[in-house]
Ligand binder design. Structure first.
Ligand code: GLA
Length: 360
């Protein structure tokens, strides 16, 4: 196991970001920068041992700072949407940045995806570990309470990349942390992911309006949102279905089977499998989070920010599986259909998601 670092380029405030490379004893390498705790590359073998980068990203940290899309980033304090960019908690109203129409998306103007995290590295006989910490002061981006956040990235010899998210607060606050990696198991510059297959252990999904603010929680059964039996991502993509049309594809929160039993520090279960029949690469997703946002990169079309090597951004050439709580749940606290998103002083936010790669 090995982990090494190098300076990676300048941000607009003159600070230098660092790029960390985690290498295991098999044939997997992961690069992560302290800017946004962003996963920059994931190199894994196909069924013939050929190694390819399956993670979309940019060539320079300046692009990560300027571009939209949150490629590879750690997202917080509250990933996904908060309607009207404001919420009430304990009788007080909190105003956030409206950075997605009238709504707040992915933490606001400068969320955790756009700050430099403190980094520490370690290795053990079978793990390369990058520990990132960030102190988010009371009032940052409008959120209440000082939040201490720790995210631990671990690459092991089973070709599993695990991400453990821990946080503690001194005032009640909504918290929803995730990672926003765009994957394409055939390689980041391989085009559409429609032929890659997906299995998701989800019983329902959150339908949204045209700005993807939740309108209803619906069972997946009998809809294009049913991935409980493996099917190609593209199979029902163009189905005559209003919930798909409103989002321009899949961009929905899927609620895992028995999601109400999921809790901080709870059992980490296999919830998703993506498979690319061409390369044979497979990615399993394990988590103790209740939900996952499955997103088919419907907004990935910004001509100003080409991807690594100049490859153009194109919609549906990647998928994201962002484990988290339900969007806008801060406005639905106490409703049986919705997840809790409030962290109280004395509690520990502690969730883990594992992306495990193999080939067959
Ligand atoms: C999430 C959202 C999408 C989009 C991307 C970033 O996945 O659900 O609607 O905002 O982030 O482009």
């Amino acid at each position: 196991m090995n982990i090494y670092s190098r300076p990676w380029g300048k941000l607009s405030d003159g600070r230098i970001a660092t790029l960390y490379t985690l290498v295991n004893d098999r044939d997997m390498t992961v690069e992560i920068t302290d800017f946004g705790g962003t996963i920059v590359s994931i190199k894994t073998p196909d069924r013939n041992g050929r190694i390819t980068d399956v993670c979309l990203g940019y060539d320079s940290v300046a692009d990560y700072e300027m571009a939209d899309g949150y490629l590879g980033a750690l997202v917080g304090r509250v990933a996904n949407r908060i309607a009207g960019a404001s919420f009430e908690l304990n009788g007080e109203t909190y105003t956030l940045h409206a950075n997605d129409g009238k709504n707040c998306l992915h933490g606001g103007k400068k969320g955790y995806s756009h700050v430099i995290w403190n980094a520490e590295t370690a290795t053990s006989p079978d793990a390369a570990i990058l520990t990132l910490t960030y102190f988010s002061p009371d009032g940052e981006e409008g959120f209440p309470g000082n939040l201490t956040v720790k995210v631990t990235y671990t690459l092991d010899n089973e070709n599993a990349l695990s991400i453990r998210y821990e946080a503690a607060t001194d005032r009640d606050t909504p918290v929803n942390l995730t990672n926003h990696t765009y994957f394409n198991l055939a390689g980041y510059a391989s085009g559409s992911v429609f032929d890659q297959t997906l299995w998701l252990d989800a019983e329902s999904y959150v339908a949204g309006d045209e700005k993807l603010i939740p309108t209803a929680v619906k069972p997946v059964e009998g809809t294009p949102f049913d991935f409980s039996t493996v099917k190609p991502i593209g199979q029902d993509f163009f189905a005559d279905c209003e919930d798909l049309h409103l989002a321009g594809g899949y961009d929905h929160c899927f609620n895992f089977t028995d999601w109400k039993d999921c809790r901080a520090g709870g059992e980490i279960l296999l919830r998703g499998i993506v498979y690319d029949p061409v390369s044979g690469r497979k990615m399993e997703v394990y988590t103790n989070q209740p939900c996952v946002q499955f997103y088919t990169a419907n907004f990935l079309k910004n001509p100003l920010f080409p991807l690594k090597g100049g490859y153009p951004q194109r919609t549906q050439t990647a998928f994201c599986l962002e484990t988290q709580t339900m969007p806008d749940s801060v406005h639905h606290q106490g409703e049986a259909d919705f997840t809790n998103c409030i962290l109280h002083p004395g509690e520990t936010y502690d969730y883990t998601t594992v992306y495990r790669f193999s080939a067959e």
